[in-house]
Design a protein around this ligand. Structure first.
Ligand code: SF4
Length: 484
């Protein structure tokens, strides 16, 4: 390739944004209901939303109350080939329908039941389709599993970066060493152990990571949320996501009066843990009845928002961000390339640099130079999230009406339809080319899908329980007994 051709290729690769991505966002925005077209709306301005897999490895070896998977999920064999094929088909459709970039969750039952090579292959397939993957786990696997996932058989890095979401709460039964956690605090050593594996992986093998901490909230652990935030804030998690429990999935595992842990009550507890108010209207991801998000950072034990909703100058920064950087894809872009893209935007719009500098100065003053110096300028970005699934009893009729193009009159169903139309969390069905909200997947489609999978991938009895020194995969594939 000649010099000119090479320069042209470099300019093309570092162009601030991909026109196809911009087009996908425009389309996303045009499909949003009016109720979510707010100044802080991220969908259609800086992304198309999140995606997740389904029916790829439904089985899990812990028992949660509630569990959003259908009762047949644990009767389906984990099968690497099936997972890889299904992930590829689902990603292909997501790529086709939602454009070239998105965050996608490798989710189903328990991801670490997949052999490391199949897990790695699934992540690679997702990346090939422009998806930035995040593996969902209960976190009860060993370091040798993580190492085998991150490094190939030749001991060389397979990934520059891994993302995991680890679910920890005291209503998950069967975790090794703490079968029935007496409290959330009792799980803290396990939360730390999980994060420490990634710190070591980065130190020893240079694999960067992003960790999210997930927790289901019910009336039974609501008053422990604040302590989880406080106690785990410096463990290495970049996100704390809380899910108020919903009546969804396996009804045998609905144990409490979940509605009493209202979204406002849960958010108040997260705020208590963060030690400050968390403004979830600065940035919105879909409908705030589904998602609340607060982006910010810790310096020492204090959390600060990147932007303050009560400061008009900060809101102007947000608007500038959407205008100038909205179409730039950040997720999964290598840091060097991202820096070049940002520089190109700044060169084209020099006033943006002034806006950024004045925001930076304001933020440093807000934290205080002394405090920053005391903490050696160590800034830890941490995002707080709350995601509230809807109950199956409202999703099913709302979706059924939507399929027929009927707008519901009933306020509860209309609210559900608005939320489904603005859904931030899509799942793909390659068999008929449709995309559905995750609520619909769990409330309407999972049951028949898992019943079918149970026939396709029946369990094979091969006794041999998981031990503390194993890779975290059970040899026995018999269904665990149901929670009583
Ligand atoms: S999955 Fe359900 S609760 Fe979650 S964003 Fe979509 S519609 Fe809202």
């Amino acid at each position: 390739m000649g010099l000119m051709a090479r320069l042209r290729a470099a300019a093309q690769a570092s162009r601030p944004y991909d026109p196809e991505f911009a087009e996908a966002m425009e389309e996303r925005w045009s499909q949003l209901p009016d109720v979510v077209r707010t100044p802080g709306q991220v969908l259609g301005r800086h992304g198309v939303g999140c995606e997740g897999t389904h029916g790829v490895f439904p089985k899990c070896n812990l028992k949660c109350t509630p569990c959003y998977h259908s009762r047949d999920a644990n009767r389906v064999r984990v099968d690497g080939r099936h997972t890889r094929d299904q992930v590829a088909a689902q990603m292909r459709l997501l790529r086709e329908r939602r454009g070239p970039y998105a965050h996608a969750q490798l989710i189903g039952g328990e991801v670490s039941l997949l052999p490391p090579d199949d897990h790695a292959a699934a992540l690679a397939v997702m990346r090939r389709h422009g998806r930035e993957p995040m593996s969902f786990t209960h976190g009860d696997f060993d370091e040798d599993y993580l190492t085998a996932l991150a490094l190939g058989g030749d001991g060389r890095r397979r990934f520059e970066r891994l993302s995991f979401a680890a679910h920890f709460d005291k209503f998950m039964y069967g975790r090794r060493g703490i079968e029935r956690p007496p409290s959330e605090k009792a799980l803290d050593p396990y939360r730390r152990r999980f994060a420490d594996m990634f710190l070591r992986l980065r130190r020893e093998h240079g694999v960067r990571f992003f960790l999210a901490h997930n927790m289901t909230v019910t009336p039974g652990n609501l008053d422990e949320v604040a302590d989880v935030v406080r106690d785990c804030a410096d463990m290495g998690y970049g996100m704390f996501s809380f899910q108020p429990a919903a009546f969804l999935g396996d009804e045998r595992r609905w144990k409490e009066r979940y509605r009493e842990a209202t979204p406002d009550a849960v958010w108040a507890e997260i705020e208590r843990g963060a030690g400050t108010r968390l403004d979830y209207r600065v940035f919105e991801n879909g409908d705030v009845r589904c998602n609340r998000t607060a982006y910010g950072f810790y310096v020492g034990s204090r959390w600060y928002p990147f932007l303050r909703g009560e400061d008009r100058r900060d809101l102007a920064v947000r608007d500038t961000f959407f205008r100038r950087f909205g179409k730039v894809n950040f997720g999964g872009t290598p840091p060097g390339l991202l820096a070049v893209r940002i520089t190109r935007v700044l060169l084209r719009h020099p006033s943006t640099a002034l806006t950024a500098l004045s925001w930076f100065g304001r933020t440093v003053r807000r934290v205080g130079l002394l405090r920053l110096a005391r903490h050696r300028f160590r800034v830890r970005p941490v995002t707080f999230v709350m995601h509230q699934f809807m109950d199956a009893e409202v999703v099913a009729p709302a979706w059924e009406l939507m399929q027929r193009g009927v707008h519901a009159d009933d306020p509860a169903l209309r609210g559900a339809q608005e939320r489904l139309a603005a859904c931030h969390y899509a799942m793909a069905h390659p068999e008929d080319g449709t995309l559905v909200p995750a609520c619909v997947q769990h409330a309407v489609l999972d049951e028949a899908e898992n019943a079918e999978l149970r026939t396709l991938l029946p369990l094979i009895e091969t006794r041999g329980p998981r031990t503390a020194g194993s890779t975290g995969q059970r040899a026995a594939t018999a269904p665990p007994s149901d929670v009583r």
